[in-house]
Write a protein that binds this ligand. Structure first.
Ligand code: LIP
Length: 263
């Protein structure tokens, strides 16, 4: 079953990816905003979501769907698809090649398969729970780095000014203690980059289920710990993705900095 779900996810992220790349040049013509004037959504976000949702309704009519732009459609099969049609929409608008179609399938509430496709780089990240994580045909194993002062750490920021102010305090405190920070602007790709060892760890406060679902499974299947803080699961309060050798040290600092609290 999971092989079939992943095959469908890969087909859909590739098709949606082709659509958004084809429409990128004109995407800026119809931009609206959501939570703040910088939290943008384009007609291509909506078009890509329509493509995936309508395909799922045709091919798997009893499944549920949670899409960033259209919300929740309840199903009866125990399978729920979790979709971010363009993760990294600001990058997409600016033609920065770090945006992705992110699609996961949950079975009975547990993410079972995930596919993240960056159509600008044509990189496809996949995972099936219990069967490993892949970038194309390359098996992913995360980073071998074991000390925080050697760690290249990815993070991201919310759109609200109060939250950004609080997140800046956390980053400023960490910066002297680690190799460096990277801020790519798409959570799914941050998680995939951590899975591939392109960064050594990733954390962010404020991720939605569609940001986390597919990339979180890919990171877990690459051998990373993907958690919240102080025993909490990874979620909107905080996501920390790191190899076991790094997780405890970064976790301790994020707890001390109360990175999962505040606006
Ligand atoms: C993005 C996230 C990213 C976050 C950005 C933005 P969007 O999602 O993937 O991690 O730092 O601020 O929220 O809005 O491009 O779908």
């Amino acid at each position: 079953m999971t092989d079939a779900l992943l095959s469908l996810a890969v087909d859909l992220v590739r098709r949606a990816g082709a659509l958004v790349v084809a429409g990128r040049a004109s995407a800026g013509a119809e931009v609206t905003t959501k939570s703040t004037p910088t939290d943008v959504v384009t007609e291509m976000d909506r078009a890509a979501e329509r493509l995936v949702v309508e395909s799922l309704r045709t091919l798997r009519p009893g499944d549920g769907v949670l899409g960033e732009e259209t919300g929740e459609t309840w199903g009866t099969t125990g399978v729920r698809w979790v979709l971010d049609p363009i993760d990294g929409t600001v990058n997409y608008l600016y033609d920065l090649p770090a945006y992705a179609v992110s699609l996961a399938a949950e079975v009975d509430g547990i993410v079972a398969v995930g596919a993240v496709f960056n159509p600008a780089s044509e990189e496809l990240w996949t995972a099936i729970r219990g069967e490993g994580a892949w970038l194309g045909a390359r098996r992913l194993r995360g980073s071998p780095v074991t000390s925080l002062d050697q760690a290249l750490v990815a993070t991201g920021f919310g759109y609200g000014t109060d939250r950004r102010r609080a997140q800046a305090v956390v980053v400023a405190a960490l910066l002297p203690e680690i190799r460096d920070i990277r801020r790519f602007g798409a959570a799914s790709l941050d998680l995939c980059s951590a899975a591939a060892g392109r960064v050594d760890a990733y954390f962010e406060r404020g991720l939605k289920p569609w940001d986390l679902a597919a990339g979180g499974l890919i990171a877990v299947e690459a051998g990373l710990l993907v958690t919240g803080l102080s025993g909490a699961p990874a979620g909107e309060d905080l996501v920390l993705a790191a190899p076991p050798a790094l997780h405890a040290a970064l976790h301790g600092r994020l707890v001390a900095l109360r990175a999962d609290e505040g606006p």
